[in-house]
Design a protein. Structure first.
Length: 200
C-alpha cells in the first residue's frame, strides 16, 4: 500500500521480458579524489567526462537538454552500493557513498537496460498511465536520500507524459486507489547510455 509519500528511488524487481532479475551488477570507480555528493541506493548515476561514476542531476523530463546523462546523453544505470577502505584500514561495503570519500572506491551499478524497476510516484495516477512516460519529480541531489538507511528518497512524476522522457510505465505495483501510486518502469531508449548512440 502507498498511502504515504515514502519514495525510494528505483528498485530492481525483474526483467522487462518477465524473467527474474538475478541481481547482476557491474563495477566502476568513483573519482579517487572524492565526489562532492552522496550516492544513495536506488539513484540513477552517469559516467562523467573523466570516466568516473557520478550522480545524474537532470530529471529526465526529455531526452535532450534534460536527459539523465546530460545534454542528449543517457544514464549509466542505478547505483546499489559501494566498497572502499576507510581511514582505519577496514574494508567497508556500504549501502551509500558518503560525499567526499577518497581513495579507491568501487561503485556497484545495475547497468542492464532491460531491467524493470519499481518506484513510487509523487501522486496518484489512473489506469490510463500505463504506457505513458515519467521522469524524476525533482532533480536528484546529495540530500535526496537517507544516511540512516542509505536509500534514495526520490520519486517519479505523477503527471505523466506522452512525449519522450526517461522512463516508461509498464505496470503497477500498488492499487490505483493509493494516494502515491507505485509503478513498474523501464529506461526508455536514449535515456540509458547502453541504448544511446551518443558517446560521452
Amino acid at each position: 500500500m502507498s498511502m504515504t509519500n515514502t519514495p525510494y528511488g528505483l528498485r530492481a524487481v525483474n526483467r522487462n521480458d518477465g524473467m527474474p532479475y538475478a541481481g547482476a551488477t557491474s563495477q566502476f570507480l568513483i573519482d579517487p579524489a572524492g565526489l562532492a555528493s552522496n550516492l544513495f541506493n536506488g539513484q540513477v548515476v552517469i559516467i562523467n567526462a573523466n570516466g568516473y561514476i557520478a550522480l545524474a542531476t537532470a530529471t529526465g523530463a526529455d531526452l535532450t537538454t534534460n536527459n539523465l546523462g546530460g545534454n542528449t546523453l543517457g544514464a549509466w544505470g542505478v547505483f546499489v552500493g559501494c566498497s572502499y577502505i576507510n581511514a582505519q584500514g577496514q574494508q567497508i561495503y556500504g549501502q551509500y557513498y558518503p560525499s567526499g570519500t577518497t581513495g579507491v572506491v568501487t561503485a556497484y551499478v545495475i547497468t542492464d537496460p532491460n531491467v524493470t524497476f519499481q518506484a513510487q510516484l509523487d501522486g496518484q495516477v489512473t489506469q490510463a498511465a500505463l504506457g505513458a512516460n515519467t521522469f524524476f519529480a525533482a532533480a536528484q541531489g546529495s540530500g535526496t536520500g537517507s544516511v540512516q538507511t542509505g536509500n534514495s528518497t526520490s520519486a517519479l512524476e505523477s503527471t505523466v507524459v506522452t512525449t519522450a522522457a526517461a522512463f516508461k510505465i509498464i505496470g503497477f505495483a500498488s492499487p490505483l486507489t493509493d494516494s502515491f501510486t507505485e509503478v513498474l518502469v523501464k529506461f526508455n531508449p536514449g535515456a540509458h547510455a547502453y541504448t544511446n548512440a551518443v558517446g560521452i
